[in-house]
Write a protein that binds this ligand. Sequence first.
Ligand code: HPA
Length: 271
Amino acid sequence: MYHLIEETVEAIRHRIGDFEPEFGIILGTGLGKLVNEIEVNHQLMYANIPNFPISTVEFHTGKLIFGTLNGRKVVAMQGRLHYYEGYSMQEITFPVRIMKVLGIKKLFVSNAAGSLNPDIKKGDIGIIDDHINLLPDNPLRGSNDEDYGPRFPDMSAPYDKKMQEQAMEIARRNGVRAHRVVYVSTAGPNLETRAEYRYMRLIGGDIVGMSTVPEVIVANHMGLPVFAISVITDEGFHENLQPVSLEEIVRVANEVEPKMTDILKELIAMQ
Ligand code: HPA
């Protein structure tokens, strides 16, 4: 992997010159508009970056965007990879390793998620404090490269506490309903059965989604502080479960997106 990472970083540096991103951003399904607020210096199609995984159609149009957001230098991934699309865990997390080697100091992640907790409603914001990994695989499985991180990384505080507090404060000021949450990751692509939603609530989850955890594991492996924010798009309340569709999830994500974008923008400017 060392060789692949070096090759990719060298190719990217060749294109972006001396641009040094401070922060990395991964935007979730229906949550890509933050990218429009970046003053772009360089855009690289994933398809033109050596070793970037691009086997799905959606990802084929994905881009790595280098620019300035609220005065801070960032690199943003427009188009993220999911396990349900068939990518390996190593493929999903490869861009996180690349961004780290390019010099980012913190990683910001967003996603759409369903609520398991009756106090957390559709349209609310989740600030992730912890997670439960129910994915059937792990990006760190296989030989470990000690140059990148330890064999058995500590996960006692996988999401940066200070940034969580700052984000809750921004939400309070903006009058946005936000909650500190435990995120449960599932492989998907089907949504949960009633019994599965009940199980996820019982084991301690507040919200559930199909992304984020692989990237967060690798960020922790590399010692990169993480902030993750969720837009709550549906309510998986097992006592009274209503059918959920992806169209509805994307519709709500788009509707609630400005609340999330405002928090992320302010939070990044504060770092
Ligand atoms: N379950 C899993 N993933 C999701 C959901 C959900 O209810 N909502 C958005 N992503």
